[in-house]
Design a protein around this ligand. Structure first.
Ligand SMILES: NC(=O)c1ccc[n+]([C@@H]2O[C@H](COP(=O)([O-])OP(=O)(O)OC[C@H]3O[C@@H](n4cnc5c(N)ncnc54)[C@H](O)[C@@H]3O)[C@@H](O)[C@H]2O)c1
Length: 437
């Protein structure tokens, strides 16, 4: 990148794009951030950080927002930047097929301002082959340029919300071109603001790296979930076993209520769908099974909660359950594919009185999502989906006080006849043990 071309544009100033744009500005580049969200652009230009939960970002936005990092909703303002980084979301539809609408729109808008010699780098996580197979045709279509008039590369964003700035500064980042020249050019631009950068042989390899990472996590989490369930059946402490099982060549992950968020539960489907198109169904057996195991964890935890409920001196339907956290991950206020939300819905569907408390959410935010709010102190049973722990108030055998807590708390006997068939089945299945973690 020549000095007069030291301006870059980042298209999409979301959770991933804004930290990247800020780090580039901090490294001395002139950055134009393009985002269709006008309010977000205004905030950034005033030096205000729209992502307060991202440590380190606030200072960078205060220092560079509206100066070396200028945000705009208009693509024309970025014309002449020389390098364009696209980092907009990619979702999957109900059938887990990638929905490229947002990416297509961004690429078509970019094409209108693209000039000969420009470099485009895709960062959104995509199925291998997307940069060459979809982004290039969209750019060609709207720019009117010839295939070799511009350079095209891919570099996966490997940040994690809450650690974005440190990851961009320390974590290895890879970049690969759709051709050799594009790769080299992209590497030279990125090395100006990414310290730990690695050039790989192609954009497709770079695309696969990120998808592989997601698959690795999903499969390993499913293994941890399975080993956890087996340990429980055997009556032994999974966490103690895990502690000593792990070493340089063994990394057992942590069990959970499943896998949520935009990334890990989605990326295995990229590969499953590509193999399906080629009718190579047997190539993705492990990926599919892992997805199933992780998604079905809410069934397992619903059963465990049911068993804990039975220890409480109340009819099942009156036991006030508090699920303490509905975000998809602890400390991150995001809900996409949240298995904890799915768990609350499942408990409600089973006829249980499942309510929600979340330190990241106000009562009205919880109610807006269609859940009933509860203070943990008012609950009979608290389930913390991040610690996988239970807290019971007033168990069977305790002296349950007839108190101001209401009718349900009057110490009503819990005859077996009040259990529905499902409950009996669960108890039978679990041997009535109701082990706590
Ligand atoms: N957030 C993460 O932790 C994370 C981590 C790794 C990778 N990623 C990758 O980054 C991608 C984007 O994620 P995100 O978290 O930044 O999403 P986000 O929803 O936080 O932000 C996306 C931004 O793009 C903007 N946008 C949408 N369409 C646009 C268009 N046509 N032109 C310009 N701007 C447009 C939106 O207004 C929004 O501000 C993901 O799909 C994923 O592949 C994200």
């Amino acid at each position: 990148m020549s000095e007069e071309k030291a301006r870059i544009a980042v298209i999409g100033l979301g959770n991933a794009g804004l930290p990247l744009a800020a780090v580039a500005a901090e490294a001395g580049l002139e950055v134009v951030g393009v985002d269709i969200n006008e309010e977000r652009c205004r905030l950034i230009n005033r030096g205000e950080n729209p992502i307060p939960q991202e440590p380190g970002l606030e200072g960078l936005i205060r220092q560079h927002g509206g100066k070396s990092l200028v945000a705009t909703p208009r693509f024309e303002d970025a014309k002449g930047c020389g390098t364009f980084i696209i980092i907009v979301p990619l979702f999957v539809d109900q059938g887990f097929n990638p929905d490229f609408k947002i990416m297509k729109q961004a690429a078509l808008s970019l094409g209108k301002i693209l000039q000969k010699g420009d470099l485009v780098v895709m960062e959104t996580t995509v199925p291998p082959g997307t940069t060459e197979g979809l982004i290039r045709p969209w750019l060609l279509e709207s720019s009117g340029l010839e295939p070799h008039d511009f350079h095209l590369a891919y570099s996966p964003e490997r940040i994690m919300t809450g650690y974005s700035i440190s990851r961009l500064r320390e974590f290895p980042k890879v970049i690969g071109g759709c051709d050799e020249k594009s790769g080299l050019l992209a590497y030279r631009v990125y090395e100006r603001f990414i310290p730990n950068l690695h050039l790989v042989s192609s954009a497709r390899v770079a695309e696969m790296i990120k998808v592989m990472e997601g698959c690795y996590r999903d499969v390993n989490i499913s293994l941890a979930n399975e080993l956890f369930k087996i340990s429980e059946e055997l009556g032994l402490d999974f966490f103690e076993a895990r502690k000593y099982a792990n070493h340089e060549y063994c990394h057992i992950h942590l069990p959970s209520t499943g896998v949520g968020g935009h990334c890990i539960p989605v990326y295995p489907w990229f590969l499953i769908k590509i193999m399906e198109e080629q009718e190579l169904f047997d190539r993705t057996r492990l990926l599919r099974t892992s997805r199933e195991i992780n998604d079905e964890m809410i069934q397992y935890w619903a059963e465990r909660i049911l068993i804990e409920c039975m220890k409480i001196e109340k009819p099942l339907g009156r036991v006030k359950i508090c699920v303490k956290g509905i975000t998809f991950r602890s400390c991150v206020k995001e809900f996409y594919h949240s298995r904890n939300m799915a768990l609350v819905r499942l408990l409600t569907k089973k006829g249980l009185d499942a309510r929600v408390y979340d330190t990241l959410l106000s009562r009205s935010e919880i109610e807006e999502k269609g859940f009933r709010y509860i203070e943990p102190a008012d609950a009979d049973l608290i389930f913390d989906p991040f610690a996988l722990s239970f807290e019971l108030h007033a168990t069977r055998g305790d002296e349950v006080k007839a108190s101001s807590k209401g009718q349900g708390d009057q110490g009503i006997e819990h005859p077996a006849s009040q259990m529905n068939d499902e409950t009996k089945a669960v108890r039978k299945m679990q041997g009535g043990c109701g082990r706590t973690l």
